[in-house]
Design a protein around this ligand. Structure first.
Ligand SMILES: Nc1nc2c(c(=O)[nH]1)N[C@H]1C(S)=C(S)[C@@H](COP(=O)(O)OP(=O)(O)OC[C@H]3O[C@@H](n4cnc5c(N)ncnc54)[C@H](O)[C@@H]3O)O[C@H]1N2
Ligand code: MOO
Length: 400
């Protein structure tokens, strides 16, 4: 049985992903969305030379120990001093207020002594001190956030400062999930003999939600041709962008998912990858809909979603910031097989920095070890095993 290399499978999937398309959303709905057109400043910030302190606007050259300046007015935020300051004058000023014409420096009030309408100072500041020059933060026409980034609260704050009220972000796909298996019951239901609680969709839905317009969980289909066909037909009738099944992907007598998908007109691009966990992954298309048939084993389902569906979704929304990490091993890894191993690992804080502590559990049905993992070490095919300290490649499970 020939197994497809991981890279070839990812490349085959990415070829089927449509180019990102934009939609315009209000700033208030943009957090976590991927920016498709850069945020460009439409004005200078600050729009005028502004005071950074509550104090006095002065001309630096006028500050001579023992000499007083005459206070000729006030500049406050939203209502600047309208005159022009000349030699020997000072203007009372507040944080954020425009620095009056003629002034070049601000001295904070803690360093000022006021007496009879005049002010003297205990410090001798350099010219420009406590003044934020026009355009100091950003200049008109400057790109503030590049396309391809996932918008953070700070980036939305800068977008607002740049006077943007809407942003162009990537449209997100509509995703449908379907679990398959006679043995499955929903969490909370009584477990009968030989039954298993269906857990996959409850991990997949939040894993994929950050990239999706909607993730609709269509529940469980029994290993029954008519039922599975009817459920998949109903899902396809809704025209989702992506359909994800779990279970029934392998070679057992009840593994009928592929057969029914083919009957329903799905073109299969590939089945079975040279990896563990997750070997029986299948992928195909039906019109514009992408179909991922994930293995039923819970660790295999999550790992294949991380390794194959997340890259597809990142490309779908135009996200360009993804990084593979390189970190030292905190303990040795064992010899690998001919299949690429995505090894569960803890991100470990050591006195000399971060390190990866491999989790020895490799059972693809072992959910509790997966729940303790922060990272997946990418162990190459035929890797002989590596000693502690070796720098290895790893993926952050929770990264976008
Ligand atoms: N003869 C062979 N047997 C198997 C092979 C093989 O190559 N030859 N591959 C193995 C590998 S690798 C995997 S992975 C599994 C995947 O099989 P399926 O995708 O057909 O999955 P199922 O048989 O339906 O279920 C496997 C396992 O997972 C449990 N399961 C299923 N759905 C869920 C769910 N939604 N939530 C929680 N747990 C679920 C199910 O009860 C089974 O225990 O096949 C190997 N066999
Ligand atoms: O894909 Mo399976 O996960 O190796 O048990």
């Amino acid at each position: 049985m020939s197994l497809l290399p991981v890279e070839d499978a990812i490349a085959a999937i990415l070829r089927r992903v449509p180019a990102p398309t934009a939609e315009t959303v209000p700033l208030t709905d943009a957090v976590g969305r991927v920016l498709l057109h850069p945020i460009v400043a439409t004005h200078n910030q600050p729009p005028f030379d502004a005071s950074a302190m509550d104090g006095y606007a002065v001309r630096a050259e006028d500050i001579i120990p023992g000499h007083s300046l005459t206070i000729v007015g006030v500049s406050q935020a939203g209502a600047g001093f309208t005159g022009t300051m000349t030699a020997g004058e000072a203007v009372r000023i507040f944080t954020g207020a425009p620095v009056p014409a003629g002034a070049d420096t601000v001295i904070m009030q803690e360093e000022a002594k006021v007496h009879d309408g005049a002010v003297s100072f205990t410090s001798h500041p350099r010219k420009g001190h406590s003044v934020r020059p026009l355009g100091n933060d950003f200049a008109k026409g400057q790109s503030l956030v590049d396309a391809g980034q996932r918008l953070s609260p700070m980036q939305l704050s800068v977008a607002a400062a740049a006077n943007a009220s809407t942003l162009d972000v990537a449209k997100r796909p509509r995703i449908a999930l379907l679990a398959t298996g006679d043995e499955l019951v929903l969490p909370g239901d009584a477990l009968g003999p030989d039954q298993i609680v269906a857990s996959n969709s409850f991990g997949l839905k939040p894993l994929l939600a950050p990239y999706a317009e909607t993730v609709t969980d269509h529940g469980i289909a029994r290993d029954d041709r008519a039922e599975l066909r009817a459920k998949l037909e109903a899902i396809f009738a809704d025209e989702p962008d992506i359909v994800i099944t779990t279970g029934g992907a392998s070679v057992g007598d009840h593994d009928i998912v592929q057969e029914i998908l083919l009957e329903l007109g799905v073109t299969l691009d590939f089945w079975r990858i040279n990896m563990r966990p997750g070997k029986p992954l299948m992928f195909g298309t039906r019109g514009k809909t992408l179909i991922f048939g994930l293995p039923g084993n819970p660790v295999s389902a999550m790992v294949t979603a991380i390794i194959f569906i997340k890259p597809a979704l990142r490309q779908w929304v135009g996200y360009t910031d993804h990084a593979v990490w390189h970190l030292p091993l905190a303990a040795a890894t064992p010899e690998n097989t001919a299949r690429r191993h995505f090894m569960r690992a803890h991100l470990h804080h050591t006195p000399t920095g971060l390190a990866l502590l491999p989790i020895s559990q490799t059972d693809s049905g072992h959910t509790s070890s997966m729940s303790r993992a922060d990272m997946l070490i990418v162990q190459p095919e035929h890797d002989p095993g590596q000693p502690a300290g070796t720098i290895v490649e790893a993926l952050v499970i929770d990264a976008f």
